[in-house]
Design a protein around this ligand. Structure first.
Ligand code: ATP
Ligand code: MG
Length: 411
């Protein structure tokens, strides 16, 4: 991609009311645009990053046998009345609207009700089970506070997966696979070392649900762990009876701020019962479907990564999710010619800064955007058949021969 072709531009300032550092950088680097509090547009660079995260999640969900669909954001109140989740007293984050023909609609904050209802068309017998389905979908929540940039917004991208099983045993098997898939997702997006599976409240059937929490100084949650980190607890479950159960004392626990990047729940019959999702078992008896749900905040993950790795110069993207891998700056006629040929060969991985701008400005923008590797091709180094290579994360620079560079780009 040639930077001169993009309509976005880096900005010197972020909106004054933007307090999160990640959001300031994301706006200044041209990844997102702030429409209003808690509402953001994803611009070309930001969308590529978001899509890279989405694709990693998609691959891992497909690998455990789940099937992708996409459901509507507009919600029929009737379904939500059956589970007592339509009233604003029960669920206080609804965006609701009136139809001009009369009646109400809601913008989906989550999708348990409609997907459970959808499955009534397809799940009739034990032969139709299990079903594992997921989507990437925009959710709407009228959040009271939205001040953490894209980490907490009123419109956000979620991956939500739902499992439908004949019995608890099949459910547990899939639940375990989902846990492992989640760990691989966080590993692949670059959060493996700092993301923990925690015990959380909200278990409907099982005593606990599980969350995935990333250590983050500005995170909204607090996690508690023993030094060995083999158990990590959410704040709300640090209770005397829970500590007894795990055989730990409160004074042996350390705490850390963290951001919730995903969660998994055993729902059992919470939605299948009121919505009437049943099947005929092998021996001809009618049974209720055993359910689970599994969420990842895709846009929040992007915000957490931006926040976590940023330094005083700007964003620092892990290679797997960066919008481009290489940022090329050319100096001089021969340098420009080679750079332009390389970009033509690798338009998906190279961002060529061919703007009519000062070299210093290009260096600063490469750092602000957080592209993992910067390559400077100048007439001076070309004369020795070499280019300068810099690692955004470590700051390390070295000279590469043209042959070495070609081999890296080919990978
Ligand atoms: P939180 O406790 O942060 O409010 P939640 O427990 O309500 O989130 P879920 O309804 O289970 O979250 O949603 C699944 C995932 O979606 C969460 O783990 C989180 O990563 C993400 N998420 C939830 N709310 C938001 C939001 N307002 N903006 C961005 N991502 C969100
Ligand atoms: Mg939560």
């Amino acid at each position: 991609m040639k930077l001169s072709r993009s309509f976005t531009r880096t900005l010197r300032n972020a909106p004054k009311d933007e307090t999160a550092r990640s959001a300031q950088y994301l706006i200044r680097a041209g990844f997102v645009n702030k429409e209003m509090a808690g509402v953001y547009d994803f611009l070309p660079l930001g969308l590529r990053t978001l899509k890279n995260i989405e694709q990693i999640i998609r691959e891992e969900m497909n690998a455990i046998g789940a099937e992708e669909l996409q459901m509507s954001a507009l919600q029929n109140p009737e379904l939500w009345e059956k589970t007592d989740r339509w009233s604003d007293q029960e669920v206080d984050i609804w965006f609701k609207t009136e139809l001009s023909a009369g009646g109400e609609l809601g913008l989906a904050p989550t999708h348990e009700e409609p997907i459970t209802n959808l499955m009534k068309t397809y799940i009739k017998s034990y032969k139709d089970l299990p079903v594992f389905a997921y989507q990437f979908q925009t959710k709407f929540r009228n959040e009271l506070r939205a001040k953490s940039g894209i980490m907490r917004t009123r419109e956000f991208l979620m991956k939500d997966m739902y499992s439908f099983c004949a019995d608890e045993e099949t459910h547990n098997e899939f639940y375990h696979k989902a846990e492992e898939a989640y760990k691989r997702v966080y590993e692949r997006v670059g959060l493996g070392d700092c993301t923990h599976q925690t015990f959380a409240s909200g278990g409907i059937f099982a005593k606990f649900s599980h969350e995935f929490q990333t250590e983050l100084p500005v995170g909204e949650d607090t996690i508690y762990y023993n030094d060995d980190k083999s158990i990590v607890l959410n704040e709300e479950v640090v209770l005397p009876e829970v500590l007894d159960e795990f055989g730990v004392k409160k004074e042996d626990l350390k705490s850390e701020n963290a951001a919730e990047v995903g969660n998994i729940f055993t729902l059992k019959y919470k939605y299948s019962e009121p919505l009437g999702l049943k099947f005929d078992s092998k021996d001809g008896k009618e049974q209720t479907v055993f359910m689970g749900c599994y969420g990842i905040g895709v846009s929040r993950v992007m915000g957490v990564i931006a926040e976590k790795f940023a330094d005083d110069k700007g964003l620092v993207w892990p290679e797997n999710i960066a919008p481009y891998k290489y940022y090329i700056i050319a100096i001089g006629e021969a340098g420009n010619k080679i750079a332009s040929e390389l970009e033509k060969e690798h338009p998906e991985t190279i961002l060529l800064d061919d703007r009519d701008a000062r070299v210093g400005e290009k260096f600063a923008d490469a750092e602000l955007m957080g592209i993992p590797y910067r390559i400077v091709i100048s007439d001076k180094t070309i004369a020795e058949e070499k280019v300068e290579w810099a690692d955004r994360k470590t700051g390390e620079t070295k000279l590469l021969t043209m042959g070495e560079l070609t081999a890296i780009l080919q990978k």
